[in-house]
Design a protein around this ligand. Structure first.
Ligand code: TRP
Length: 449
């Protein structure tokens, strides 16, 4: 039988798929969010919970997304429809893909605003703005940015254009090329920063904070946050990995591929923590400072260190690169769908989608200033999009994906497509049928309260 191909292209190799998926997974979630939620939730015990969630929920669901995409070689909605038809089941499951596209649009809108802050900080760091700055001054700079919609709009626009340009390039000339250049750069930057932080006085303390298991720090709340974050950080629950799976070359076991991606994503998060906490401790700052950790505490810390200007600049450059390769993956599933369904050219689909997410993004950046009074369900636009996606849409998408892969798709198909051993497949099946949906349901329900 002729091997099926995606009309959008195929990754040059299994490794390119791994790097592209890792590029999607590694983003603001790893470098900005993971350290601050670890700091807020007490360190080691939280890190352990997060690792357990990645293994028990993240990995099995990621395997499901990859094989669904790869079998159909289509964008999520069409892939789910095709597999449902193949199993003689309702094609209503494709609503999952629709919800995913919506989630992607919503995530991109606020993600691009935060990525815009990062671009602004690359410039600030490079120009030495933070050299010798007090934490008051750093706080002023950050709040000044939040109160300045024009500057935010500028960088949000730059970031949205950067992302759309890559997506226009398509799977091979856009996504794959960006992956080949940006991912090695990301790893080099990360290793340099880790080497730098290893020489600071706070390294031992930072290491201990992250890996010392203290059961008294465990709370039910922390478990919820860890589980939710394992979805966000692995780009699961909205079809990103499904879309990337559609471009995967055939001959590859999905088990080891997915584990490699999960390990790389986790390693980057841990290294980001190991790069940030020592700097925080060496400067006697608070690891539980919250979302401002990266934009306020860290610049102060860099500003007080020898060489801090250049390392601070490199740090934000690294975050910018990571955010870029993630943002691409938020648009790709929808662009692929528009091309398949409406027969639009990729250029047209990318630009139209880009304008939509850019416009919604503007409402997010105005939430910090002009429109701060405007609230829906007690939240401003920025918080609302973040909350609705991370706490509702991704977990829901995750449960449905697990149920679809475990109960709708036949055992024969999933065994064949995942190409894992029969024993492993039995474990996987049990996880997607029961463990993951139940665990995610608990999170989902508790998050709604
Ligand atoms: N995983 C990325 C991060 O950690 C964000 C991201 C990209 C994402 N694509 C996604 C999150 C799809 C959820 C779903 O920053």
């Amino acid at each position: 039988m002729q091997e099926k191909q995606s009309i959008h292209g195929t990754w040059a190799s299994r490794w390119i798929f791994i790097l592209a998926a890792t590029g999607s997974a590694v983003g603001l979630g790893n470098i900005w969010k993971f350290p601050y939620i670890t700091g807020e939730n007490g360190g080691g015990a939280f890190v352990l919970m997060y690792l357990v969630c990645i293994l028990l929920v993240g990995v099995p669901i990621m395997m499901a997304e990859v094989f669904i995409g790869r079998r159909a070689r289509k964008s999520p909605i069409n892939a789910i429809t095709e597999l449902a038809q193949e199993a003689n089941k309702s094609t209503k499951w494709s609503i999952l893909g629709l919800m995913g596209m919506l989630a992607g649009v919503m995530i991109f809108s606020f993600y691009s605003v935060v990525a815009g802050w990062v671009l602004h900080y690359i410039a600030l760091m490079g120009s030495g703005e933070f050299v010798g700055a007090s934490s008051d001054k750093a706080g002023e700079i950050f709040n000044g940015l939040l109160g300045d919609p024009k500057t935010m709009l500028l960088w949000h626009t730059v970031f949205a254009i950067m992302t759309v340009v890559v997506v226009i390039g398509g799977v091979n000339k856009g996504l794959e090329r960006a992956t080949r250049i940006l991912m090695p750069a990301l790893f080099v930057l990360l290793v340099i920063l880790l080497g730098y932080s290893a020489t600071t006085d706070g390294f031992a303390e930072g290491f201990d904070f992250m890996f010392h298991f203290d059961a008294s720090e465990l709370s039910w709340d922390a478990v919820l946050i860890a589980l939710g974050h394992s979805f966000f950080t692995l780009s699961l629950g909205m079809g990103t990995i499904m879309a990337y799976g559609a471009y995967m070359p055939k001959k590859a076991s999905i088990g080891s591929t997915v584990i490699t991606i999960a390990v790389l994503d986790t390693v980057v998060a841990l290294i980001a923590g190991l790069a940030i906490f020592p700097i925080i401790f060496a400067n006697n700052m608070d690891p539980g400072a919250g979302p401002g950790l990266m934009f306020v505490s860290l610049p102060v810390a860099f500003g007080q260190m020898p060489g801090g200007q250049i390392f601070g600049f490199m740090f934000f450059l690294l975050v910018g690169v990571a955010a870029w390769t993630s943002a691409i993956s938020l648009l790709e599933p929808t662009v692929a769908y528009l091309v398949e369904k409406l027969k639009w050219s990729r250029v047209k689909a990318s630009i139209i989608l880009g304008v939509i997410v850019w416009a919604i993004g503007i409402s997010c950046l105005l939430a910090f200033n002009e429109w701060s009074e405007f609230k829906l369900f007690g939240k401003n636009m920025f918080d609302l999009l973040d909350y609705a996606t991370a706490n509702i849409m991704l977990p829901l998408g995750g449960i449905l994906t697990a149920l679809f892969a475990g109960w709708v798709v036949s055992k024969k198909v999933s065994l064949e497509e995942t190409a894992i051993s029969e024993n492993l497949h039995t474990v996987w099946m049990f996880t997607v049928r029961f463990v993951a949906p139940i665990a995610v349901s608990i999170v989902f329900v508790l998050n709604l309260k």
